[in-house]
Design a protein around this ligand. Structure first.
Ligand code: URA
Length: 434
């Protein structure tokens, strides 16, 4: 195999065979193909695309670069994946909600990078909580508690780990075939038989428009099916942060309030309920997928399961009854509306980056987080604002940085003289059977 010939063929829009893709990826992982040739291949794929069969092959090659976890066939295993948003703490809510209905949820999650938060960082803001477990311990936790949320190990899809890092620095992230192989290889390798994907659409998301999102959904579902995983996709609006709180420990607090039935912010509530319903349908628990059952879970079981998961992963489960055990940054800086009018959009990406400036997110991998830093952002699209109205608060450890973040967040709020048409958070749902 001559790597440059394959690059030229792909650049010319031709398909590559299984052996060619496998040889190229394996050659890269084993350092026989240099980074510059893999970079060129990724850029060729970015522009020329791939057939669905090639995407399936690439996904299989990624999976085979590591271990594939298998759970007992009779377990109703189901997972949820989000393509990333701001204030998106729904994995923390959904794992216990699904477990309380008999599902098993093996969840391998990521850290925040760029403007979006990461599930692992949020959980690690709970004193003592650990996310690094061996595959054997991960399986034991799923057996004992019903769910576990852990970090990707070195042995799970190492090819994606290396290639994703390269895509990140070569401008090749936003390619539907490459995104599909990257997401699906991890989700198939972790062993869940059903997968619900929360595909975010809008200014704060990877997918800016619904047509591109639909194309991605079709590829994700086809690839899942090819490996025996059923996939449901929920398209959700990401033109403003979800819920009211953004920031690691602050989002854990909001999660606890939600699971105890004390927080019912409409966008967050409706999206969580829809994703939970889809998880139950995939896991064969449809009899429980009713609004009444959801309300019942929020009165007791959901918070209890969350407490059990925290304890099993080394965290302090008392936070469920006493959220004041979670860190909160000492300074509160008001965020004031810059202009009057109806709130028409919030640039979530700008909000996310403003909060990176106070340590709620990372500039680069390895940066230390300030778990108690973040923001309270209660105003929703369509709300009427007058200039200097309080639109939220920044929580920070350094006042000057917090004031700068508050100014940047205020600038991310766009108002219009007309009240914008209300957009539901759940835009549409599609299942692999439909
Ligand atoms: N998330 C992933 O895991 N991979 C991508 O390529 C994009 C989002």
């Amino acid at each position: 195999m001559n790597p440059v010939e394959l690059i030229i063929r792909k650049r010319g829009g031709k398909s590559l065979s299984h052996d060619e893709l496998e040889g190229f990826v394996t050659g890269y992982i084993e350092s026989e193909i240099p980074e510059y040739q893999m970079s060129a291949m990724l850029m060729a794929i970015f522009f020329a695309g791939m057939t669905p069969d090639e995407v399936q092959t690439l996904t299989g090659v990624y999976i085979d670069s590591g271990e594939r976890i298998a759970f007992p066939a009779h377990w109703p295993t189901v997972d949820k994946h989000s393509t990333g948003g701001v204030g998106d703490k729904l994995s923390l809510m959904l794992a216990p909600l699904a477990v309380a209905c008999g599902c098993r949820v093996p969840m391998i999650s990521g850290r925040g990078l760029g403007h979006t938060g990461g599930t692992l960082d949020k959980l690690e803001s709970i004193p003592g909580f650990r996310t690094g477990f061996s595959v054997a311990d991960f399986k034991r936790l799923v057996d004992e508690v019903g769910c576990a949320i852990v970090a990707q190990s070195e042995r799970l899809v190492p090819a994606d780990k290396r290639i994703y890092a390269l895509r990140d620095v070569t401008g090749t992230v936003e390619s539907l075939p490459l995104i599909t192989a990257s997401i699906m290889s991890k989700k198939i390798a972790e062993g869940a038989r059903g997968l619900v994907i929360d595909l975010k659409v809008g200014s704060g998301a990877f997918m800016k428009d619904i047509d591109t999102a639909r194309k991605l959904a079709a590829l994700l579902m086809r690839t899942g099916e090819a490996f025996g995983q059923r996939v449901h996709v929920v398209f959700s609006d990401m033109n403003a942060p979800l819920g009211e709180w953004v920031g690691n420990a602050l989002e854990v607090r909001e999660t606890i309030a939600f699971l105890r039935g004390e927080s019912r912010i409409a966008d967050q509530f409706n999206l969580t309920r829809e994703l939970w319903r889809q998880m139950l349908l995939l896991a064969g628990q449809q009899a429980q997928a009713t609004d009444d059952r959801f309300e019942q879970l929020l009165r007791s079981e959901a918070a209890e399961v969350f407490g059990r998961m925290i304890a099993a992963q080394g965290g302090d489960p008392r936070v469920v009854d006493d959220p004041s055990l979670l860190p909160v940054a000492p300074h509160e800086i008001p965020i004031l509306a810059a202009n009057g009018g109806y709130l028409a959009g919030v640039n979530s990406q700008a909000v996310g980056y403003a909060l990176v400036g106070i340590g709620a997110g990372r500039r680069k991998l390895g940066d230390t987080l300030d778990y108690g830093a973040g923001a309270w952002l209660p105003r929703k699209l369509g709300d009427e604002l007058r200039p200097s109205d309080l639109i939220g608060k920044v929580y920070c450890s350094e006042r000057a940085a917090g004031e700068e973040a508050a100014g940047r967040i205020a600038a991310a709020y766009r108002v219009s003289p007309e009240r914008p048409e209300a957009v539901p958070v759940v835009l549409e749902t599609c299942t692999s059977e439909s």
